[in-house]
Write a protein that binds this ligand. Structure first.
Ligand code: HEM
Length: 441
């Protein structure tokens, strides 16, 4: 499997090749701080095995050493800031006039090589992700209303059918690797179905195949050509829905009074499908891991004391799928938690660190009873309002269906043998092997 450390963060700006422009941004911005700059003294490289296996330890020590906002070095020693505090992440995401989303504002573009590993996530694209102000409201408004039209019962029904089909493929064997054959396979199909391509059809399966390659390439895959095919298929979908609209997200986006162009709808549909994929897949997998390894959930899970809902929520607090999100760019010189932030500086949202900020958990115990975590971010660019509910329907159905169909499922390895993917952006396992009594339907 190709190690795509880094790029696999929350909602990618669309899978595939970098289309970033190193052009100077709309806000200009002062030339960047050289890596030796005093403001980045003691900067922590945001990479390495410490992040992989035990990021919370590292966030704790960064907080102790640097406070709520730490100087960091991204791949290749590029300076940026990691916001670790709950109040500070809320402040940054709530002030898009100060911390904006258009990456062309970055003061480091002259240092960034075209093949920089994070380029797929910072390279500007004319999608909702990098839009600002009124343009963002227009694009995000269309997505929000189109997603609001998804019937949650129907989505639950589709998700159940997809889950059953995926389980049927391995149920007879008594063992499975749930990351690839279940957790990753399910949300993509559910998202494609929401957009108007019925799951299981040849077209939908081809799209799912190419999306998988472009978002998470394995050895021998060609993510660039796969992404070109994704674009072509979505363009065809948009054309078809223009002439024959249906009860789906694509048709609602096309019919919205904001009158997005076909090109805009294509860009934003790819964003929606890609954004639904990795975070929801990791949410499913991290929840299954918790259920299968934590005795509070007392497996066999069917007789467990705590519910699937509690496990899903606990994961959002403690093992959130999008642990760090890049990012925001300072519009002008400003201060944050006593740090001097300069115009054009890159600010990374430390969502996992913020969720476990001792300021909000002064007694040290993380309660996880409510949903005030920042796993879906906050403010103007947060995960658009209906999306977390839809992700919850998909994730809950995935977990409950698996436990119902394979009631004696247990881990296929010792818990200590499970390893996390080497990404500082997404929190997810490399694999989740399980065993169960074979079932034939
Ligand atoms: C049905 C599933 C989902 C859909 C359709 C979806 C869609 C989106 C979209 C379109 C955006 C871009 C918003 C914008 O820039 O205005 C976004 C942002 C985001 N989403 Fe989701 N998402 C889904 C699931 C999830 C899950 C499960 C998580 C994590 C638990 C998540 C976390 C985020 C985060 C952290 C952002 C970035 C917000 C920011 O920039 O502040 N999403 N999502």
């Amino acid at each position: 499997m190709t190690d795509r450390t880094g790029p696999a963060q929350g909602p990618p700006p669309g899978p595939g090749p970098a289309s970033g422009s190193p052009a100077p941004g709309p806000g200009g911005g002062a030339p960047g701080a050289p890596p030796g700059c005093p403001s980045h003294a003691g900067a922590v490289p945001l990479s390495g095995t410490a992040f992989q296996q035990s990021p919370s330890e590292l966030y704790r020590s960064m907080r102790r050493e640097h406070g709520a906002v730490a100087p960091i070095l991204l791949d290749g020693g590029i300076p940026a800031w990691l916001v670790l505090g709950y109040a500070e992440v809320t402040y940054v995401t709530g002030h898009d006039d100060l911390f904006a989303r258009d990456s062309r504002r970055w003061n480091q573009w002259s240092q960034i090589p075209a093949d920089w590993p994070l380029m797929p996530f910072v390279g500007y694209q004319p999608s909702v992700l990098f839009a600002e102000g009124a343009e963002h409201q227009r694009r995000a408004g269309v997505i929000t209303e189109a997603l609001e039209g998804v019937d949650q019962f129907e989505l639950g029904h589709w998700s159940r059918r997809i889950a059953d089909h995926l389980i049927d493929l391995f149920a007879g064997s008594g063992r499975a690797e749930l990351m690839s054959s279940y957790a990753h396979a399910l949300p993509m199909r559910a998202a494609v179905q929401m957009c108007g391509m019925p799951a299981g059809t040849a077209d939908a399966e081809d799209l799912v195949h190419d999306l998988r390659i472009s978002l998470d390439a394995h050895e021998g895959d060609d993510p660039v050509s796969a992404y070109v095919r994704v674009q072509e298929r979505i363009q065809r979908l948009v054309k078809d829905k223009r002439s024959a609209p249906g009860p789906d997200v694509t048709s609602r986006m096309l019919g919205h009074p904001a009158q997005l162009t076909d090109e805009e709808v294509v860009q934003d549909l790819i964003t929606v499908i890609a954004a639904a994929q990795q975070p929801t897949a990791n949410w499913i997998c991290n929840t299954l891991r918790l259920l299968l390894t934590d005795e509070r959930f007392a497996l066999s899970v069917s007789g467990g004391r705590l519910s699937v809902g509690q496990a899903l929520n606990e994961v959002l607090w403690l093992e959130t799928p999008t642990q760090n999100f890049i990012g925001r760019w300072a519009v002008r010189d400003t201060q944050l938690a006593g740090r001097q932030i300069r115009a054009g500086d890159c600010v990374v949202l430390g969502l996992a660190a913020a969720n476990t900020d001792p300021q909000i958990w002064p007694e040290g115990r993380i309660g996880a009873e409510n949903s005030a975590h920042l796993s879906f971010s906050s403010g103007e660019h947060r995960c658009p309002y209906p999306a977390p509910l839809l992700a919850d329907v998909i994730a809950r159905t995935a977990v409950e269906t698996l436990l119902e169909r394979l009631p004696d499922v247990v881990l296929g390895v010792e818990p200590e043998a499970l390893t996390w993917r080497p990404s500082v952006w997404m929190r997810g396992l490399t694999s989740l092997p399980v065993r169960f009594t074979p079932v034939v339907r």
